[in-house]
Structure formats: structure tokens, C-alpha cells
Design a protein around this ligand. Structure first.
Ligand SMILES: [Zn+2]
Length: 359
């Protein structure tokens, strides 16, 4: 069900990179979504071995490439195990469960079977094996643990809502509750504005002015005009590993008032409004036909990966499907163009020095 006329509507809206950017990425991972397993594994092998051998000294040793193919169904189930075992003797960590499956499948979750996850969970819950024992023979486990952790580590944990301490999903869907949108898995499809490249994000089509929500808490690292993304916001997670990119925001009134670079936002906050700006070196221009949010997720294991030829963007279609259960309720601020979140939450800010820790 690919809506026609979408090509050229939402784009890759990165921060002005050279035309060989996507080509090089393409070469590394092969061109299709099938048959990439081998390549992915070889990357995994190198990384896993490097991680083991040099984990203490930590030179220039970091993950260079990640593909995130974990399905929504697998995330849901792993998350449920995590939630159900919270506070018990054997608390299952959903990222660890998914990483075990990632190692088993070589990252290819089209091979996912519910029973596989149940089996792993059972062994751990019954205490038949510890995580260490269970993963001892899994060559790729350390790689998948770190790679999937980079995607998911900020999403589940303890927080405070309505004065109560809660444990669970604390990341939000990028579109406010009650606002319709449509989408499909459009990661990697070819785009042509400016130069030939692949689409490194996820487009969600909706109406102008739809409130856009911070998926995870973090720092506003970029805010302003970009010729691809139009009015856009970039938010870095507190652990430094994730860069969330929200683009094509509304003409004339793109952001939550007063939001500026360096600010801290909390997951669930309204940060901006959907529009169709972009594709122009001139600011505040609606050059995109279809109104939509371009939502991108970049992983950063080393700051050299932030901009340039080594960027890692992951497919977040399944992630947005998973996050659908957590949509932020908002209300209009009368007499203004603003919307505000209705339910507050508090989250403990992670110590940023954590980002240099290796697990
Ligand atoms: Zn897009």
C-alpha cells in the first residue's frame, strides 16, 4: 500500500551533506533489505570482537553500522516481559531479550517467532541460566546489545507521573494523541531533491498545525532552517547516543514558543507543529507538496559520526508503531497557536558521563 505521489514529498533532510553520502552507505549495507544479513554479520563480527578485545582501553573502538529491523510485535512482547518482571528476582530487560533474538537471527526479524522469545524469557525467569551463561556462546550478542541499546535504552525506565513513581514506557509517539496521520515503511526509498540519495527517516502525513511531540527527553541541539528539512528541530538524548530529527515544520510558526537551542525538553512535550517547509535555500518556504512530519533517528557512538559520511540513521517505522500506545494528550492554549501537553511527567536526568561507559 504505497501511496503514489509520495516520492519527492518527504525527504532526507539532513544537515547539508555531500552527494556521495547515501551512496557510501548503500555500498556498505548492500542495496536491498533482503540479503543484507551477511554484510551485517560481518560488521557485527568485527564490532563484537573489537568490543571484547579492547573494551577497557576504549581507543577508537565503536560501532560503525546498525540496522534496526526489530518488529513492533517483538518489541511489544519483550517490553511486556520487562514490565511484568519488574521488581521480581529475575527482572528481564527488554533490550537484552531483543539482542538475544538479534544475535540468533543475524538481525533479520522476518525470522521472528514468538516462541523464540518465550523460550529465552522462560530460561531466564526460571533461573535455569543467567544472562551471561545464556549468551556466552553467542558471538554477536555484545554487538546487538550495544546496537539495540543505542536505539532503545532511553525508552523504558522509572519516571514520575501525577506525583507517583512509575516504571514503564516513558518515550512517546511523535504525533499528539487524537491527531490523525498515515504512514508506511518508507525508510531507504530513493529521493531526488538536491542529489540522489535514500530516505533516512520516516514520514507521517497529517494536517498543518498537528502538534509534534518529543519522543524522548533531551537537549535541543539544532533548531532553525535547513534547506532539506525546512524548519526543523534536532534533539539529542541525555546519554548522547540518539539524535531525533523532526522536519518540515509549519511555515511562520514552526516551534513551541520560546524553544531554543540548548533547552531541555521532556518526553511528551509539544515541541513544534507539522507543516511542509523545506527544499529551498530560502527560509520559511513551503516547497514540499505533501504536509508531513519527517521523523529521523540517528545513532551516535562516537562524535565523528554526527555529521558526514559515517552517519547511522535507522528505520523507525516499527518503533513509531510500538510507541503508538503512548501518545501525548494535548490541549489548545486559547487565543494562541500553541498546544500544551495535558499530563506532565518527570524523569531523572541521566549523568552525561554515562555515555563513555562501556557495557
Ligand atoms: Zn522524510
Amino acid at each position: 500500500m504505497k501511496p503514489r505521489g509520495k516520492e519527492g514529498a518527504g525527504q532526507t533532510e539532513e544537515n547539508g551533506k555531500g552527494s556521495d553520502f547515501d551512496q557510501s552507505k548503500d555500498n556498505r549495507k548492500g542495496s536491498g533489505s533482503d540479503g543484507t544479513e551477511e554484510e551485517e554479520n560481518s560488521a557485527g563480527v568485527n564490532q563484537a570482537e573489537n568490543t571484547r578485545e579492547e573494551s577497557e582501553e576504549t581507543k577508537k573502538d565503536y560501532i560503525k553500522w546498525v540496522e534496526f529491523h526489530v518488529t513492533c510485535e517483538a518489541m511489544k512482547k519483550a517490553y511486556q516481559y520487562d514490565l511484568d518482571t519488574y521488581g521480581k528476582d529475575q527482572h528481564l530487560n527488554w533490550v537484552e531479550l531483543l539482542a538475544i533474538l538479534g544475535a540468533k537471527y543475524g538481525g533479520d526479524f522476518s525470522r521472528y517467532k514468538e516462541e523464540d522469545l518465550d523460550d529465552v524469557a522462560e530460561v531466564l525467569m526460571k533461573g535455569e541460566k543467567t544472562l551471561k551463561e545464556l549468551t556466552a556462546g553467542m558471538e554477536y550478542y555484545p554487538y546487538y546489545r550495544e546496537a539495540y541499546g543505542a536505539v532503545l535504552n532511553g525508552m523504558v525506565g522509572a519516571y514520575e507521573a501525577a506525583g507517583r513513581k512509575v516504571y514503564g514506557l516513558k518515550a512517546f509517539h511523535p504525533i499528539a494523541k487524537g491527531f490523525p496521520y498515515r504512514d508506511y515503511d518508507d525508510f531507504g526509498v530513493s529521493r531526488t531533491y538536491g542529489y540522489r540519495r535514500n530516505h533516512l527517516g520516516h514520514d507521517m502525513m497529517g494536517q498543518v498545525g498537528t502538534p509534534i511531540i518529543a519522543v524522548e527527553s533531551g537537549y535541543v541541539e539544532a533548531l532553525g532552517w535547513n534547506q532539506y528539512g525546512g524548519w526543523r528541530i534536532g534533539i539529542r538524548s541525555f546519554d548522547g547516543k540518539r539524535y531525533y530529527y523532526y522536519a518540515h515544520l509549519r511555515q511562520n510558526y514552526p516551534y513551541q514558543e520560546k524553544l531554543k537551542e540548548g533547552d531541555t525538553v521532556t518526553a511528551g512535550d509539544v515541541i513544534g507543529y507539522m507543516g511542509h517547509t523545506g527544499y529551498s535555500t530560502t527560509e520559511n518556504v513551503n516547497n514540499i507538496d505533501t504536509v508531513h512530519l519527517h521523523f529521523g533517528l540517528q545513532l551516535i557512538f562516537d562524535e565523528s559520526q554526527k555529521e558526514g559520511n559515517n552517519e547511522i540513521w535507522v528505520d523507525c517505522y516499527n518503533l513509531t508503531r510500538f510507541l503508538y500506545k503512548n501518545r501525548s494528550e494535548v490541549h489548545k492554549v486559547e487565543g494562541t497557536k500553541e498546544w500544551k501537553r495535558t499530563f506532565q511527567m518527570k524523569e531523572k536526568q541521566k549523568n552525561t558521563s554515562e555515555k563513555h561507559k562501556k557495557h
